[in-house]
Design a protein around this ligand. Structure first.
Ligand SMILES: [Zn+2]
Length: 331
């Protein structure tokens, strides 16, 4: 049963991608930060990722309940980054599923983040000052988004509690619902040391988490770029019909190239390229800010703010013709 009442929230827009399947596309600067998914398996309701703040997570939980008129039965964490796990606590009593590594890193890094945030209460002010001094319109917009996320998290800090997976899986797990099934697969060490993605074989839809960014520079602060490229080569060998990325709009087959290649980023040359940069994320990672030691002058994203040199790696073009990801078919 779908809700007849429009769902209104400042944190995300709900985009139906199949009957009973929604992408929750984050509104930037609100405290949601990352996309999520809401999937009706029939006798189960699954939420994929929980956004950045508990407030955004609560809105996501409430939307899921309102959409289908039944409780959420499972929350999945694609990887440990706080913009995908910070809303976990808004799902009390709901089992949370991730890899064991995601579970342990969620605890470790969320705890580090809280320690950092308490030690640097004025950090958002530094972003505010940088915004005030920025004259480039595009960069100002990015700084405004960043400040919005920081202030939303700042307001959430007193209530933020590291909330971990209650179930872990190793390689892959299939959820068999009465209406559709879903395959969750651990894909290795690309964007993070523990990336997983959810595939709906009946609908040919992939919830890719942060293995894919649409129209924005991918965050590489905890990534392994060469392995990431290998994962993408395999994951997109047979491109799904629709892909819900971790950040940015839902993409179809035609939209996949810009999805891997933010054209506004000056480092891209021919086709599918990646910025190979190294970050000094250890100090600031809690705030999801990184500075490239080799960087990108013209990034649309704050994820690469430094500059000096860039190495680009060309990815192999992948087939657009097939209908489902072979990685998941194997599972
Ligand atoms: Zn991430």
């Amino acid at each position: 049963m779908s809700s007849s009442v429009p769902i209104s929230t400042p944190y995300f827009s709900l985009q139906p991608v199949a009957e009973g399947v929604y992408a929750a596309v984050a509104v930037r600067g609100t405290g949601a930060m990352a996309n999520a998914g809401i999937i009706d398996l029939g006798d189960q309701v699954v939420v994929f990722d929980s956004m950045y703040t508990p407030q955004a997570g609560q809105a996501l939980h409430d939307a899921a309940v309102q959409l289908f008129g039944k409780p959420v039965t499972l929350l999945i964490n694609s990887h440990f980054h706080l913009d995908h796990t910070g809303g976990n606590q808004a799902f009390p009593g709901v089992p949370i599923l991730s890899t064991a590594k995601t579970r342990s890193l969620t605890y470790e890094r969320t705890t580090q983040f809280l320690t950092f945030a308490k030690a640097h209460p004025d950090y958002p002010l530094t972003v505010k000052k940088a915004l005030e001094q920025e004259t480039d319109a595009k960069k100002r917009q990015e700084k405004e988004y960043e400040l919005g996320e920081l202030l939303a998290m700042d307001a959430a800090l007193p209530t933020l509690v590291p909330t971990l997976a209650t179930l872990t899986f190793h390689d892959s797990i299939t959820l068999h619902g009465s209406k559709r099934s879903a395959v969750l697969r651990s894909l290795g060490n690309g964007h993070s040391p523990c990336d997983s993605a959810l595939f709906l074989p009946d609908d040919d839809i992939l919830f890719a988490g942060d293995l894919l960014f649409a129209g924005a520079h991918p965050s590489i602060m905890t990534g392994n770029v060469p392995e990431w490229i290998s994962i993408l080569d395999a994951l997109l060998q047979d491109c799904p019909a629709l892909i819900v990325p971790g950040h940015g709009p839902v993409a179809d087959k035609q939209a996949v190239p810009p999805f891997l290649m933010p054209k506004a980023a000056g480092y891209v040359s021919d086709g599918f390229s990646f910025c190979l940069a190294y970050t000094n994320s250890s100090i600031r990672s809690g705030w999801l800010v990184q500075i490239c030691t080799s960087g990108c002058q013209d990034m649309t994203s704050r994820m690469c703010a430094g500059s000096s040199s860039v190495q680009a790696i060309t990815l192999k073009p992948f087939s657009m013709a097939a209908t489902a990801s072979s990685l998941f078919r194997k599972g």
